[in-house]
Design a protein around this ligand. Sequence first.
Ligand SMILES: Cc1cc2nc3c(=O)[nH]c(=O)nc-3n(C[C@H](O)[C@H](O)[C@H](O)COP(=O)(O)OP(=O)(O)OC[C@H]3O[C@@H](n4cnc5c(N)ncnc54)[C@H](O)[C@@H]3O)c2cc1C
Length: 430
Amino acid sequence: MRAGPLQDGRPPYLKAIVQSVILVVAMGYDAIIVGGGPAGSIAAMYLKRAGKKVLLVDKAKFPRDKVCGDAQGRKLATVMKDLGIYDDYRKLPGHPIFGLRLSSPNGVQIDMDLIDRATGTPGYIVRRMDLDHFLFSKAKKFGVQTLERTAVEEVLFSPEGSITGLQCRHLDTKQETTLTATVYLAADGADSVFAKKLGIKNPPEHFIVALRAYYKNVEGMGDLIEIHLLKKILPGYFWIFPLPNKEANVGIGMVIKDKNDKNINLVDELKAAIASNPLFTERFKGAELVGGIKAWNLPVASYRRPCTGPNYLLLGDAASLIDPLSGEGVGTAAISAKHAAATALQAMEKGPSRDLLAAYEQALWAEIGEEIKADYRIQRLGHRFPFLLNKLMSKAAKNQEFRKKFEAMLPYTEGKERIGAWRFVASLFF
Ligand SMILES: Cc1cc2nc3c(=O)[nH]c(=O)nc-3n(C[C@H](O)[C@H](O)[C@H](O)COP(=O)(O)OP(=O)(O)OC[C@H]3O[C@@H](n4cnc5c(N)ncnc54)[C@H](O)[C@@H]3O)c2cc1C
């Protein structure tokens, strides 16, 4: 993988010849992973730990920002522990989380425990700028080869549907390269070039759009994440996730179909919540927006994408694995990376095949499927029967036993008994 940039001053015909010849074919990787976000960097670490020759390609230069709520839970923590990098992760600048503050559309607010303080692993709010740089750097330390500022522009397929190569371009030098490997892992996020090429796209009822803004000097935050169910954007929500020094990740998101149907402008809703909702006005009185308000899409796992082929696997957002209720996608990306790496290792030993790689999808969904299904049911209930949310919160505010049941259902909880959504709804009335 070399060849320098084209020299300025060459005659145009020579430039054209050099450009076409410069298609360097780099052979010999066991795996090429496209995307150095959590899914890609974690998969790279697993494969390198198993002694494989791995190339991790990203169009960005790290550290780079990723629009996100920055809330990390038990799923990511478990994978970090497995890779032996958890202690270093917890040294990143962040805010530990033990609970949840939830408010209903009619303004009832309750604080709940999510994690046992004595024995549990806390959640962690850590900027993706820091988290992703940490993971990408760790992958390098594991010995993974990396290419930054290198965009995969075209995925080449054989008539049988196997990937035969990736056409890449260095974004500064404009140098073109074709990369090949035994197995390809697509971890290139919500806008995945692989998913596009395969014609996979979520319908708008399985896509969330969300805004993220950083504020400083926000009052009244504790060691809990805040989710506020505002009437107009249900079953979406407004969030406040605390960062160190009274800074906060503040955002708002909703299902794209609902947003379009209701003709909602999310920037207006975010600003209105801060300026005029009685739950927040005092708390944001001295607050200041740091940087801009940024938007990004969340492909959610209520739509199950096919995520394997004869010699490739899709991971993280490229595989549409975000929890449709909580919006948690880093944890599921990490779990997908773990399973994808395990399956890819087998494929390297035995030779890749469609049947062999299908094991990834089965293992992944066996681990996350039940929670995704339950959370999607709650999301839809909130959509169809928003009055239930007011009822739920009023009951939880008054009834300790009911509140405990409610806590057990929440995403991000650790080691608690989960109950089915329908049984839970029945308990609202009886
Ligand atoms: C507003 C918002 C709030 C969210 N809040 C949370 C939250 O609080 N907690 C949580 O767990 N999840 C949250 N999510 C979801 C979470 O951000 C994603 O699920 C997560 O980033 C998925 O990780 P990934 O590695 O699959 O993809 P990404 O993190 O998107 O990484 C993909 C990488 O691929 C690279 N890439 C893309 N295309 C190419 C290409 N053609 N060639 C080379 N490289 C390429 C990109 O540069 C990027 O580095 C939120 C999402 C949004 C939009």
